[in-house]
Design a protein around this ligand. Sequence first.
Ligand code: ZN
Length: 268
Amino acid sequence: MNPLFIDTHCHLDGEEFDQDRAEVMQRARKAGCKAIFLPAIDLASSQRILTLCQQYPDYLRPMVGLHPEEVRADWREQLEGIRNLLPAFASLPEQEHSIAIGEVGLDFYWSREFEKEQLEAFEMQVQWSVEAQLPLMIHCRKAQNELVAILRKYARELPGGVFHCFTGNEQEARQLLEFPRFVLGIGGVFTFKKSHLPQVLPAAVPLDRIVLETDAPYMAPVPMRGQRNEPAYIRHVISRMAEAYGVSEEDVCQQTNTNVERVFGVKL
Ligand SMILES: [Zn+2]
């Protein structure tokens, strides 16, 4: 039997999965995926994800948050709406509670039009993380210095989180791992032919600081590269990672599952 793993970052609420969401989950279970965490990108997706996760409380776990690329002129209203969702969790069974604030962060790759707003929106959500003691699911592109500067202000009180879709170098990895309760989210990029991650990670990142993710529908691993990604494909990342670290696939799964339970404070 395949060793069990967890997909900590999957946009399963996206319209890409409208036609076959149940089958995607079925394939995930068959491949050994024992839980899927769903990051939100804005108010509408936060609401959609809560509803979806209530339908599969034994398998899906929701997050709420405003993605940096969704920070636009209406960001304050978006944040207020998302903030209002948080207290509602108090009345729900524990497995339906939001598992993290995410995905949040900074993205200056495409545009710096809302740079100031992105910085402010991120910092507010970092404060929610501290208040609610919910971990952060962090997206960062072309903005690590700015991101680290904000996180350092709250370093002592932060409950932890994931630097999702890490693709940096050793130095960048070490800088992020200075936040002791944080881990790196690793997915399909690890399998790409030109990826330097199979060298960078074993050199700078112990396995107890990694969690697995798809970022589906994006970032499908080799040999599915370019197709729609889905949780079952994490198997390809696991086998490549076991090779790079010189351990068994069971070791990769066991260690990353332990990391998920520690960072998210759940028992799965
Ligand atoms: Zn994402």
